[in-house]
Design a protein around this ligand. Sequence first.
Ligand code: FAD
Ligand code: NAI
Length: 474
Amino acid sequence: MSKEFDILVIGGGPGGYVAAIRAAQLGFKVACCESNPYADPKGEPRLGGTCLNVGCIPSKALLHTSHLFAEATHAFAGQGIEIGAPKIDIAKMLARKNGIVEQLTGGIKGLFKKNKVTFLPGHGAFVARTDKGWKLGVGSEEVEAGQVIVATGSRARHLPNVQIDNKIVCDNVGALDIDAVPGKLAIIGAGVIGLEMGSVWQRLGAEVTLLEAAPGFLPAADVDIAKEALKIFTKQGLAIHTGVNIGEIKTGQNDVSIAWQDKDGKDLRLDADRLIVSVGRIPNTEGLNAAAVGLELTERGQIDVDEHCKTHLPGVWAIGDVVRGPMLAHKAMEEAVMVAEIIAGQAGHANLDLIPGVIYTTPEIAWVGKTEQELKAAGIAYKTGKVPFLANGRALGIGAPEGFVKMLADAGTDRILGIHIIGAGASDLIAEATVALEFAGASEDLARICHAHPTLSEVLHESALACDKRALHF
Ligand code: FAD
Ligand code: NAI
C-alpha cells in the first residue's frame, strides 16, 4: 500500500527542508525524501543538501580557520601579539568543519520531528498522475501526494575530458576535504567557489593560480567592486588570469598539468599539486522521470516555472537551484516559504530582484540591487555615494581598512537602486541595505537614521550622506 501525503518534497536541501517545515507548520501532512550519499551516523542520507554538506557551511568553516591563521601570520605582530610562526593542523581543521556539518544536518532531522515532517530516505521520482494528485516512487516505496515540490538542487559542472577524482582534481566536494596544504593549487574558474576556496588555501600557504575564461573579473559584481577586489586579491597573492582558454589536462598520481592559453593566445602550462574545477553548477533533473510525466525543462536544463515557482503540471512546484535565478541557499529558502504559503492559499512572494549576493573572501564582498553597469545599460540616471572603510574608526580599530561602500540612488527620486560593499563585515551590512531596498527607501532615509558609533555600519550611513554630497567623515 502506498503512503499518502498532502505534499511530497523531493530533496532535503535549503529549498526542500524549509518548504517541508513551512508546509507542516501550515497544517499539511508532509514528507520529504532525500537520496544523497552523505550518510549520518545511522547510515541515512543527511539533510541540508549541497549547502550544509558540501557548500555554504563547510566552506565558511574553512574560511574562518584560514582567516584566523592569516591573522596570526600577518596581523598579530602589528598589534603587539608575539606568537611566532603559527602551525596548521589540517586534520583538526577538517574535523572541526565535519563536526559543524554533522551538528547542523542532524539538527534538521530534529526540526522535522518537531514539525511532524516525515523523512523518507530514498530517491524520489514521478510515476504517474492520479485523481488526487501524483503517484511517486521513493526508493522502493510508493507514495501518493496531492502536491509535489521539486527541490533537487544542483551539482558541479565538470569539464569534458577532465576526470574528477576528488583527490588530485576536485570539484566542490573534494575541494572541501583537501588533506594537506598543496604547494601549488590550480583553480579553473575564478567565480565564487574559486575565490573562496582559493583564499582558504592561499592563506594556509599554497601558491594559488586561478584560470578564468571570461574576459573580465567578477562580471556580475559592480564594476568598481570587481576592480577593487582584483587589486586586493592579487596583492594577497592570488594569481588571477582572465580571458584564458583551457587546453589538455593531464592528471598524474600526485600532480596535475594544465595546458592553457592566456588572453593574448600564448600557450602556457601550469603544473600543480591539486586542481579545483569550479566552473558553475548544473540543475539536478535526471532520474525524476520528468519527461514521462511532461515536466518541462528550459533550454538551460532547469525546471521551467513561473514567478511563483509553479510548473506547467498541476500541483507540481519547483524551487531553488533547479530553477532559474541565482543559485543561492537564501533564494531557495525564500521560494520554499513562498510555495508552501501559496499552496495554503496565502499570498506568498519572493522578490528575485533583491536577493543579496555575498562572497566570503577577505575583505568580504556583498551587494543587493542594480550595479552601475546595469543602470548605465538601462539608461537610468543615478547618483553615487562612495565611502572608503579607511575613513571609519571601527574599521581601523579591527585592522580592516580596505574597501568601500558604494550606494547608487535614482538621480530624480533618490530611491536607492543598489548597494555594493567590499570590506569587513559586508555579509552582515548587506542586511540593512536589503531592508532599505525592500522598503523602497531613499538615500535620504538611510542618511537620517542614527547608526551606532563606532560601527562598520557608519560607512553605509556615510555612503547615503555622500549620495547628497554631504558626507561628514569623508
Ligand atoms: P541542494 O542544496 O542542492 O539540495 C538538493 C538536494 O536534493 C540534495 O541533497 C540532493 O541529494 C537531493 N536530491 C536530488 N535529486 C533527488 C531525488 N530525485 N530524490 C531525492 N533527493 C534528491 N549559497 C549561499 O547562499 N551562500 C553560500 O555561502 C554558499 N556557498 C556555497 C559553497 C559551495 C562550495 C557550493 C557548492 C555552493 C554554495 N552555495 C552557497 C550555494 C547553495 O549551496 C545552493 O544554492 C543551495 O544549496 C541550493 O539549495 P537547494 O535546496 O535548491 O538544492
Ligand atoms: P560561478 O558561476 O560563480 O563561477 C564559475 C566561473 O567559471 C565563471 O567565472 C566562469 O566564467 C568560469 N568558467 C566557466 N567555464 C570555464 C572554463 N571552461 N574555463 C575557465 N573558466 C570557466 O560558479 P562556481 O564558482 O562554480 O560556484 C557555483 C555557484 O555556487 C555560484 O554561482 C553560486 O551560486 C554558488 N556559490 C555561492 C557562494 C556564496 O554565496 N558565497 C559560494 C560558493 C558557491
